[in-house]
Design a protein around this ligand. Sequence first.
Ligand code: GDP
Ligand code: IMO
Ligand code: MG
Length: 420
Amino acid sequence: MKIDVLLGLQWGDEGKGKLVDVLTPDYDVIARFQGGPNAGHTLEFNGIKHVTHNIPSGVFREDSINIIGNGVVLDPVIFKKEIEAVKDLGVDLGIRLMVSRKAHLIMPTHRILDAASEAAKGITKIGSTLKGIGPTYMDKTGRNGLRVGDIESPDFKKKYDFLTNKHLEILKQYDFEFNLEEFEIGWMDGIEAIKSFPLVNGEYAINKYLTEGKSVLAEGAQGSMLDIDFGSYPYVTSSNTICAGACTGLGLAPHKIGRVIGVFKAYCTRVGSGPFPTELLDETGEALRKYGSEYGATTGRPRRCGWLDLAVLKYSIMLSGVTELMMTKSDVLSTFDALQVCTAYKINGEVSDELPFDIDTPLEPMYEELPCWSEDLTGMTEKEDLPKELLDYIVFVEKEVGVPISYVSVGPDREQIIKM
Ligand code: GDP
Ligand code: IMO
Ligand code: MG
């Protein structure tokens, strides 16, 4: 068997969580491969709205096995809270949730370092979610990190203290006040919570499932434009969010990748700092935020909004070898008279659909105007119900990017989905 990968093609929050939940009945195993609690994946079903951060979005389907892969950075405090919240909804994960021993732990001092580093950057700050993501991945690549498997070692506390002291030394360079004890509350309890689940050698577990003929879906976090290598550096996250990240984040050979499902919003949003070519700083942007309820699922911050950017979409499709697309939030656009779609940029007087190296390069988006639909899509269930203008929008995007759209989402609930 091959593994299918679902990932975001813009700046995150494309609706990945909802679509993983929709697709989970078709899979035996759901695996997160990168990122950590900077992610906020919203699921809505039976009148319940739930946001997952560290755990895979397959947890609410009774038979699914869920794996937190080695590429993930795990916050024990948030993990414990998530497990309790899921339990409150009547789901006991038991042995259905496994954690890779090679996943790295976010320590209290990683969160402090994140906050100190952002504060020191002033107006050049990344707009980090302040969950300790950057410092944890820095310790991973710096070969200092604390891993989930270390929990099982009798030296765990010693390792924890050693690294904490190292961080406290680094923090002396910052003019930043903090109370370590406050950040440490619940951390060791969280470690006990992690311990109560099977800790596995995730790379063996995943490959064994595939050999046994089980179907596996890899769930991406963030979006391709936040990728550490290919996003708008330095305004990015600290992991590889593209398809290659599923190989390194789970221990998979590239030829084991099957379908690559790219999720995108019918428009664009971004939360945090950094370039956003089609951003609308006017009443149209405000309308997108209002009708799309565009506020961060993790931090509650208002999301920046703008029109669909096909240059970005083509770039992300190229980087991940996307084989099919899923479009979300088409229902939000019903309120507009006409739609603008960016097909290329004018860069120094030349037309190009290639993203430049230098993020400060002035880009003038070039738009094509398309007619909009006015029908309320939220109750529609069949392709045949969809208005002509939306079907034209779909065909236009498919033609431009060369990849078919397999599902269109018309609302936040798991039932609000149309197979094309
Ligand atoms: P993720 O991080 O990619 O999982 O996305 P988020 O959960 O952060 O943000 C997506 C938001 O849009 C959530 O509030 C979802 O409930 C909501 N959503 C997902 N699909 C749709 C859709 O088709 N229409 C509308 N109106 N909302 C949607
Ligand atoms: P999901 O999985 C949207 C953004 C932050 C910030 C930058 C770096 O829900 O799509 P970090 O905390 O990683 O150091 O922040 O990346 N960011 C996200 N934006 N959705 C996310 O995840 C994000 N995760 C990080 O706002 O600009
Ligand atoms: Mg999100």
